[in-house]
Design a binder for this molecule. Structure first.
Ligand code: ZN
Length: 295
Protein backbone atom coordinates (compact mmCIF):
# COMPACT_ATOMS: atom_id res chain seq x y z
CA UNK A 1 0.00 0.00 0.00
CA UNK A 2 1.36 3.37 -1.02
CA UNK A 3 -0.63 5.63 1.29
CA UNK A 4 -2.43 5.06 4.58
CA UNK A 5 -5.40 6.91 3.11
CA UNK A 6 -5.93 4.09 0.59
CA UNK A 7 -7.42 1.85 3.25
CA UNK A 8 -10.00 4.49 4.14
CA UNK A 9 -10.71 5.06 0.47
CA UNK A 10 -11.19 1.34 -0.11
CA UNK A 11 -13.61 1.13 2.80
CA UNK A 12 -15.76 3.83 1.23
CA UNK A 13 -16.02 2.09 -2.18
CA UNK A 14 -19.19 0.17 -1.28
CA UNK A 15 -20.95 3.25 0.05
CA UNK A 16 -19.84 5.42 -2.90
CA UNK A 17 -21.14 2.73 -5.27
CA UNK A 18 -24.54 2.65 -3.55
CA UNK A 19 -24.90 6.44 -3.36
CA UNK A 20 -23.64 6.88 -6.94
CA UNK A 21 -26.14 4.36 -8.28
CA UNK A 22 -29.06 5.81 -6.30
CA UNK A 23 -28.16 9.25 -7.64
CA UNK A 24 -27.99 7.90 -11.20
CA UNK A 25 -31.30 6.02 -10.91
CA UNK A 26 -32.99 9.26 -9.82
CA UNK A 27 -31.31 11.49 -12.42
CA UNK A 28 -31.67 9.09 -15.34
CA UNK A 29 -35.17 7.97 -14.36
CA UNK A 30 -36.38 11.55 -14.06
CA UNK A 31 -34.56 12.95 -17.10
CA UNK A 32 -35.43 9.87 -19.13
CA UNK A 33 -39.15 10.34 -18.54
CA UNK A 34 -39.10 14.15 -18.90
CA UNK A 35 -36.72 13.99 -21.86
CA UNK A 36 -38.67 11.09 -23.48
CA UNK A 37 -35.65 8.84 -23.99
CA UNK A 38 -36.23 5.08 -23.93
CA UNK A 39 -32.48 4.57 -23.83
CA UNK A 40 -32.02 6.68 -20.70
CA UNK A 41 -34.96 5.03 -18.91
CA UNK A 42 -33.44 1.63 -19.72
CA UNK A 43 -30.09 2.85 -18.39
CA UNK A 44 -31.78 3.93 -15.13
CA UNK A 45 -33.06 0.35 -14.77
CA UNK A 46 -29.55 -0.91 -15.56
CA UNK A 47 -28.26 1.18 -12.62
CA UNK A 48 -30.88 -0.33 -10.34
CA UNK A 49 -29.72 -3.82 -11.37
CA UNK A 50 -26.16 -2.80 -10.40
CA UNK A 51 -27.36 -1.22 -7.15
CA UNK A 52 -29.21 -4.39 -6.16
CA UNK A 53 -26.13 -6.50 -6.91
CA UNK A 54 -24.08 -4.36 -4.51
CA UNK A 55 -26.76 -4.36 -1.82
CA UNK A 56 -27.23 -8.14 -2.07
CA UNK A 57 -23.46 -8.58 -1.76
CA UNK A 58 -23.31 -6.44 1.39
CA UNK A 59 -26.38 -8.05 2.97
CA UNK A 60 -24.92 -11.44 2.06
CA UNK A 61 -21.71 -10.61 3.93
CA UNK A 62 -23.76 -9.59 6.97
CA UNK A 63 -25.98 -12.70 6.85
CA UNK A 64 -22.96 -14.95 6.45
CA UNK A 65 -21.52 -13.49 9.63
CA UNK A 66 -24.67 -14.38 11.58
CA UNK A 67 -24.49 -17.25 13.99
CA UNK A 68 -26.23 -20.46 13.12
CA UNK A 69 -29.05 -21.69 15.32
CA UNK A 70 -30.80 -24.97 16.03
CA UNK A 71 -33.09 -24.82 13.04
CA UNK A 72 -30.31 -23.76 10.66
CA UNK A 73 -27.14 -25.32 12.02
CA UNK A 74 -25.18 -24.26 8.93
CA UNK A 75 -26.21 -20.63 9.26
CA UNK A 76 -28.12 -18.40 6.89
CA UNK A 77 -25.43 -18.03 4.24
CA UNK A 78 -27.60 -19.23 1.39
CA UNK A 79 -30.57 -16.97 2.05
CA UNK A 80 -29.10 -14.21 -0.11
CA UNK A 81 -28.99 -16.43 -3.16
CA UNK A 82 -32.68 -17.22 -2.97
CA UNK A 83 -33.41 -13.49 -2.69
CA UNK A 84 -31.02 -12.77 -5.55
CA UNK A 85 -32.70 -15.32 -7.84
CA UNK A 86 -36.13 -13.81 -7.21
CA UNK A 87 -34.95 -10.23 -7.78
CA UNK A 88 -33.04 -11.05 -10.94
CA UNK A 89 -35.88 -13.05 -12.46
CA UNK A 90 -37.96 -9.91 -12.00
CA UNK A 91 -35.26 -7.71 -13.59
CA UNK A 92 -34.81 -10.25 -16.38
CA UNK A 93 -38.47 -9.81 -17.34
CA UNK A 94 -38.00 -6.03 -17.32
CA UNK A 95 -34.90 -6.41 -19.54
CA UNK A 96 -36.86 -8.51 -22.03
CA UNK A 97 -39.65 -5.94 -21.99
CA UNK A 98 -37.17 -3.11 -22.71
CA UNK A 99 -35.78 -5.00 -25.71
CA UNK A 100 -39.30 -5.77 -26.94
CA UNK A 101 -40.41 -2.15 -26.52
CA UNK A 102 -37.35 -0.86 -28.37
CA UNK A 103 -37.83 -3.31 -31.22
CA UNK A 104 -41.52 -2.40 -31.55
CA UNK A 105 -40.61 1.32 -31.71
CA UNK A 106 -38.09 0.69 -34.48
CA UNK A 107 -40.29 -1.70 -36.49
CA UNK A 108 -43.42 0.47 -36.34
CA UNK A 109 -41.42 3.70 -36.51
CA UNK A 110 -42.95 5.21 -33.37
CA UNK A 111 -41.25 8.56 -33.49
CA UNK A 112 -40.71 9.99 -30.03
CA UNK A 113 -38.07 12.65 -30.16
CA UNK A 114 -36.01 12.75 -26.98
CA UNK A 115 -34.98 16.24 -25.89
CA UNK A 116 -31.60 17.49 -24.76
CA UNK A 117 -32.45 17.08 -21.05
CA UNK A 118 -32.04 13.36 -21.63
CA UNK A 119 -28.59 13.91 -23.14
CA UNK A 120 -27.53 15.65 -19.91
CA UNK A 121 -28.76 12.67 -17.94
CA UNK A 122 -26.58 10.34 -20.00
CA UNK A 123 -23.65 12.73 -19.64
CA UNK A 124 -23.96 12.73 -15.81
CA UNK A 125 -24.12 8.97 -15.83
CA UNK A 126 -20.91 8.70 -17.88
CA UNK A 127 -19.10 11.09 -15.53
CA UNK A 128 -20.30 9.45 -12.29
CA UNK A 129 -19.54 5.92 -13.51
CA UNK A 130 -16.09 6.89 -14.73
CA UNK A 131 -15.28 8.45 -11.33
CA UNK A 132 -16.53 5.33 -9.54
CA UNK A 133 -14.42 3.19 -11.85
CA UNK A 134 -11.29 5.20 -11.07
CA UNK A 135 -11.85 5.11 -7.33
CA UNK A 136 -12.40 1.34 -7.14
CA UNK A 137 -9.61 0.47 -9.55
CA UNK A 138 -7.17 2.60 -7.53
CA UNK A 139 -8.35 1.41 -4.11
CA UNK A 140 -8.63 -2.20 -5.28
CA UNK A 141 -5.06 -2.17 -6.62
CA UNK A 142 -3.67 -0.55 -3.48
CA UNK A 143 -5.30 -2.93 -1.01
CA UNK A 144 -4.76 -5.82 -3.43
CA UNK A 145 -8.39 -6.93 -3.76
CA UNK A 146 -9.19 -8.69 -7.06
CA UNK A 147 -12.92 -8.59 -6.31
CA UNK A 148 -12.83 -4.82 -5.94
CA UNK A 149 -10.92 -4.42 -9.20
CA UNK A 150 -13.44 -6.72 -10.91
CA UNK A 151 -16.27 -4.59 -9.58
CA UNK A 152 -14.50 -1.51 -10.92
CA UNK A 153 -14.61 -2.90 -14.45
CA UNK A 154 -18.35 -3.31 -14.04
CA UNK A 155 -18.50 0.49 -13.55
CA UNK A 156 -16.41 0.90 -16.69
CA UNK A 157 -18.92 -1.17 -18.66
CA UNK A 158 -21.64 1.13 -17.28
CA UNK A 159 -19.73 4.03 -18.84
CA UNK A 160 -20.03 2.34 -22.25
CA UNK A 161 -23.72 1.66 -21.70
CA UNK A 162 -24.34 5.36 -21.00
CA UNK A 163 -22.18 6.41 -23.97
CA UNK A 164 -24.44 4.25 -26.19
CA UNK A 165 -27.46 6.02 -24.68
CA UNK A 166 -25.91 9.44 -25.27
CA UNK A 167 -25.15 8.57 -28.91
CA UNK A 168 -28.72 7.28 -29.26
CA UNK A 169 -30.22 10.50 -27.96
CA UNK A 170 -27.98 12.75 -30.08
CA UNK A 171 -28.59 10.55 -33.14
CA UNK A 172 -32.34 10.76 -32.63
CA UNK A 173 -32.07 14.55 -32.35
CA UNK A 174 -30.24 14.61 -35.66
CA UNK A 175 -33.13 12.79 -37.30
CA UNK A 176 -32.06 9.17 -36.96
CA UNK A 177 -35.10 8.26 -34.91
CA UNK A 178 -34.25 4.59 -34.57
CA UNK A 179 -31.12 5.36 -32.55
CA UNK A 180 -32.70 6.04 -29.16
CA UNK A 181 -34.77 2.82 -29.12
CA UNK A 182 -31.71 1.00 -30.47
CA UNK A 183 -29.70 2.26 -27.46
CA UNK A 184 -32.54 1.01 -25.23
CA UNK A 185 -32.25 -2.43 -26.84
CA UNK A 186 -28.49 -2.49 -26.22
CA UNK A 187 -29.00 -1.56 -22.56
CA UNK A 188 -31.82 -4.10 -22.29
CA UNK A 189 -29.45 -6.80 -23.52
CA UNK A 190 -26.87 -5.69 -20.91
CA UNK A 191 -29.55 -5.96 -18.19
CA UNK A 192 -30.51 -9.45 -19.40
CA UNK A 193 -26.85 -10.47 -19.37
CA UNK A 194 -26.37 -9.21 -15.78
CA UNK A 195 -29.50 -11.10 -14.71
CA UNK A 196 -28.42 -14.38 -16.31
CA UNK A 197 -24.97 -14.13 -14.69
CA UNK A 198 -26.43 -13.35 -11.27
CA UNK A 199 -29.01 -16.15 -11.49
CA UNK A 200 -26.41 -18.64 -12.70
CA UNK A 201 -24.04 -17.66 -9.89
CA UNK A 202 -26.76 -17.95 -7.28
CA UNK A 203 -27.93 -21.36 -8.48
CA UNK A 204 -24.34 -22.69 -8.53
CA UNK A 205 -23.88 -21.46 -4.97
CA UNK A 206 -27.10 -23.07 -3.80
CA UNK A 207 -25.81 -26.29 -5.35
CA UNK A 208 -22.63 -26.12 -3.20
CA UNK A 209 -20.29 -25.58 -6.13
CA UNK A 210 -16.63 -26.00 -5.23
CA UNK A 211 -14.53 -22.83 -5.08
CA UNK A 212 -12.72 -21.91 -8.30
CA UNK A 213 -9.67 -23.94 -9.32
CA UNK A 214 -7.30 -21.08 -8.54
CA UNK A 215 -8.56 -21.00 -4.93
CA UNK A 216 -8.10 -24.77 -4.59
CA UNK A 217 -4.65 -24.39 -6.12
CA UNK A 218 -3.75 -21.74 -3.55
CA UNK A 219 -4.93 -24.04 -0.75
CA UNK A 220 -2.93 -26.91 -2.17
CA UNK A 221 0.26 -24.88 -2.58
CA UNK A 222 0.13 -23.40 0.91
CA UNK A 223 -0.53 -26.80 2.48
CA UNK A 224 2.47 -28.26 0.67
CA UNK A 225 4.67 -25.71 2.45
CA UNK A 226 3.75 -27.04 5.90
CA UNK A 227 6.51 -29.49 6.75
CA UNK A 228 4.66 -31.44 9.44
CA UNK A 229 2.17 -32.67 6.83
CA UNK A 230 3.31 -35.73 4.90
CA UNK A 231 0.55 -35.71 2.31
CA UNK A 232 -2.81 -34.30 1.24
CA UNK A 233 -5.66 -36.81 0.88
CA UNK A 234 -8.39 -34.49 -0.25
CA UNK A 235 -9.63 -30.94 -0.13
CA UNK A 236 -13.38 -30.46 -0.36
CA UNK A 237 -14.63 -26.92 -0.49
CA UNK A 238 -17.90 -25.15 -1.01
CA UNK A 239 -19.15 -21.62 -0.95
CA UNK A 240 -21.58 -20.90 1.83
CA UNK A 241 -22.87 -17.41 1.36
CA UNK A 242 -19.79 -15.26 1.12
CA UNK A 243 -17.48 -17.57 2.99
CA UNK A 244 -15.71 -20.76 2.01
CA UNK A 245 -16.02 -23.96 3.94
CA UNK A 246 -13.23 -26.49 3.58
CA UNK A 247 -13.03 -30.09 4.67
CA UNK A 248 -9.37 -31.03 4.48
CA UNK A 249 -7.97 -34.51 5.08
CA UNK A 250 -4.22 -34.62 5.64
CA UNK A 251 -1.68 -37.35 6.22
CA UNK A 252 0.73 -36.95 9.14
CA UNK A 253 3.39 -39.07 10.82
CA UNK A 254 1.73 -41.94 12.72
CA UNK A 255 3.45 -41.32 16.05
CA UNK A 256 2.49 -37.74 16.78
CA UNK A 257 0.62 -36.87 19.96
CA UNK A 258 -2.86 -35.36 20.13
CA UNK A 259 -1.46 -31.97 21.11
CA UNK A 260 1.02 -32.04 18.22
CA UNK A 261 -1.98 -32.78 16.00
CA UNK A 262 -3.80 -29.77 17.38
CA UNK A 263 -0.78 -27.59 16.61
CA UNK A 264 -0.77 -28.83 13.01
CA UNK A 265 -4.51 -28.13 12.65
CA UNK A 266 -4.01 -24.63 14.02
CA UNK A 267 -1.12 -24.02 11.63
CA UNK A 268 -3.24 -25.16 8.66
CA UNK A 269 -6.03 -22.75 9.62
CA UNK A 270 -3.56 -19.91 10.13
CA UNK A 271 -1.80 -20.45 6.81
CA UNK A 272 -5.06 -20.65 4.87
CA UNK A 273 -6.61 -17.57 6.41
CA UNK A 274 -3.43 -15.71 5.47
CA UNK A 275 -3.64 -16.80 1.81
CA UNK A 276 -7.37 -16.53 1.10
CA UNK A 277 -9.14 -13.21 1.28
CA UNK A 278 -12.54 -14.48 2.30
CA UNK A 279 -13.90 -15.64 5.60
CA UNK A 280 -13.16 -19.31 6.10
CA UNK A 281 -14.58 -22.24 7.99
CA UNK A 282 -11.99 -24.98 8.00
CA UNK A 283 -12.36 -28.53 9.24
CA UNK A 284 -9.15 -30.52 9.31
CA UNK A 285 -8.84 -34.27 9.80
CA UNK A 286 -5.46 -35.84 10.35
CA UNK A 287 -4.89 -39.32 9.03
CA UNK A 288 -1.93 -41.64 9.25
CA UNK A 289 -0.82 -43.01 5.93
CA UNK A 290 -3.22 -45.84 4.92
CA UNK A 291 -3.94 -46.71 8.54
CA UNK A 292 -6.95 -44.73 9.48
CA UNK A 293 -7.87 -41.55 11.26
CA UNK A 294 -6.66 -39.90 14.41
CA UNK A 295 -10.10 -38.45 14.93
ZN1 ZN B 1 -23.74 -2.23 -14.99
Amino acid sequence: MKYAACKKCAESVGMVNIMGNILMILIKGYMGVVGRSKGLIADAIHSSADLLATIIMIIGMKISENESDERYPYGYGKAEYIVAILIYIFLFVIGVYIVYEGAISIIYKHIVNPCLTAAWGAFFSIAINELMFRQSVCAGTQINSPSMVAKAWESRSDVYSSIAVLIGILGSKMGFHFMDPLAAIIVGVIIIKICIEMIKDSVLNLMDKAPDDEILDMVNKSLEKITSISGIKNIFGREVGRYYEFQIDLYVEPNITVSQGEIIKREVKQVLSNTIERQLVIKVRLLTEKKGESE
